[in-house]
Design a protein around this ligand. Structure first.
Ligand code: PM9
Length: 454
């Protein structure tokens, strides 16, 4: 059992409202867990993004923040911390990860160009498409097999990548490798894969970026699983990971353990300079970029806490504990257990439902009714429609994600989640699928409404 490297100083009460009220709440929310109110939720596993508990060091740094519009000393703290951790010199702050995507894509993508990656996250894909670019996923085939135990299931298929670059390098805007691979179950990417993908990009003269939202968790897996890294510190592994990239996009709301923030980091000044005007246009002056001085300070401290090995060992150990307990209870989960979440195989758990009825999303609605737990779908609903045929995409993976916020919940909460899933398993055959009553046109999973299929 992993022991937390923290004790608790401040708490927020949570309450389980009665089942009848939960049924009313989810119906009112159009059977979409995004539309629930937080007071209606007992354990919130919607996301690990911005839901982290900050440390006393972060809170005290916040008190010293400089809120100057330009040239704030809080920006220097932010920049210096990030540069030290990542090795990148040029740092453009933004308010969250998708703002980084917005600005970078503005500069790098021209109509019809592809962005290649392992599996692009939903906001990443949407921003590429917003620029009339084409997101292309090149993850290894094993990533789509929930049962397959593989150390680095987030790896990009280098053969696929090489073929695509050979055929189409002029029309490739850049390559973006997401570490860890969120949409593939929080699976890590090996150092070797990062290095080899980067070498291919160099060979073909294409920029190589990391989507670094969960870079520290990825580094922890490299230390645990990849030959030659056992005696290196997380800080050294992180620096090596970034050394292969031309830059990164970052939602600091994940591995920098904050509630809001992000950045784009660049190795070369030239690309940074190209992004700055768009940063000013969309996010604000380049020494705050949509963040307050308080947010900048919290990131400056949090990004260093995020690479502490004892913290990561507890964090990833907690997710593993939940995953293993669920697996022991016969719940089909993505294996091996990922870094930030346990992903339940919706198609397998609700095998009587056709994929068009959104099994994993249905499961999330039912889990809320059963237990007050809010999970989230990463599957058919999130995948959206094919931009050309307008047909629903049918992704190989239809997962319900039980996402664990950092330093927030305890082992007892994990045990409660396991009990809830066991109860749901007992009545799973009776669960009915869902269909749209309203389908939101962009990133539809956030805002659509549903009813049960009769
Ligand atoms: N990820 C997540 O829950 C938050 C949005 S969906 C509830 O997993 C990657 C790998 C992400 C990610 C967000 C973003 C966008 C980029 N890349 O949410 O804009 O996992 O800060 O980041 C979410 P922002």
């Amino acid at each position: 059992m992993e022991v937390p490297n923290f004790k608790i100083k401040s708490v927020e009460g949570i309450k389980l409202i009665p089942r009848e009220e939960r049924i009313k709440s989810i119906e009112k929310a159009g059977l979409n867990v995004f539309l629930l109110k937080s007071d209606e939720i007992f354990i919130d596993l919607l996301t690990d993004s911005g839901t982290n508990a900050m440390s006393q060091e972060q809170w005290s740094a916040i008190m010293k923040a400089d809120e100057s519009y330009a040239g704030a000393r809080s920006f220097d703290n932010f920049k210096n911390s990030i540069s030290k951790v990542t090795g990148f010199e040029f740092i453009l702050p933004v308010h969250q990860g998708r703002a980084a995507e917005h600005i970078l894509d503005q500069v790098l993508i021209e109509e019809g160009q592809s962005v290649l990656g392992n599996i692009h996250f939903d906001t990443t894909e949407a921003h590429i498409q917003h620029r009339k670019g084409i997101p292309v996923n090149c993850v290894i085939e094993e990533a789509f097999d929930c049962e397959k135990e593989l150390d680095f299931k987030g790896n990009i298929c280098l053969k696929k990548l090489e073929k695509l670059l050979e055929k189409n390098k002029e029309n490739t805007a850049y390559v973006l490798h997401t570490v860890t691979c969120n949409s593939g179950g929080g699976q890590p990417v090996s150092m070797q894969n990062i290095r080899e993908a980067s070498e291919l990009c160099k060979k073909f003269g294409v920029l190589f970026f990391l989507d670094a939202a969960r870079f520290a968790e990825n580094a922890f897996f490299i230390k645990q699983r990849e030959k030659g890294f056992q005696n290196k510190s997380i800080a050294e592994i992180v620096l090596e990971m970034f050394s292969f990239a031309d830059g990164c996009t970052m939602s600091a709301k994940k591995d920098a353990i904050v509630n809001m923030g992000g950045f784009i980091a660049f190795r070369k000044k030239e690309l940074y300079e190209k992004c700055v005007p768009f940063g000013i246009l969309f996010e604000g002056f380049p020494t705050y970029g949509g963040m307050s001085g308080r947010d900048l300070e919290a990131v400056a401290v949090g990004i260093k806490e995020g690479i502490q090995e004892d913290y990561l060992s507890y964090r990833i150990g907690q997710v593993k504990y939940l995953g293993e307990k669920l697996s022991e209870a016969g719940i089909p989960v993505m294996k091996p257990i990922g870094g930030h979440a346990v992903f339940v195989d919706g198609k397998k758990f609700l095998e009587h439902l056709p994929q068009e009825q959104f099994p994993a999303h249905t499961l999330a609605a039912e889990l809320y009714i059963e237990s007050g737990i809010r999970a989230v779908e990463i599957g058919t609903l999130l995948a959206g429609r094919d931009p050309e045929t307008k047909e629903n995409k049918m992704p190989a993976l239809d997962l319900m994600r039980l996402t664990i916020p950092r330093r927030v919940y305890l082992q007892e909460h994990m045990d409660y989640i396991v009990e809830a899933m066991k109860k749901l398993k007992e009545r799973k055959e009776k669960i009915k699928g869902l269909k749209f009553t309203f389908e939101s046109p962009v990133l539809r999973h956030f805002w659509s409404k549903f009813e049960r299929v009769k």
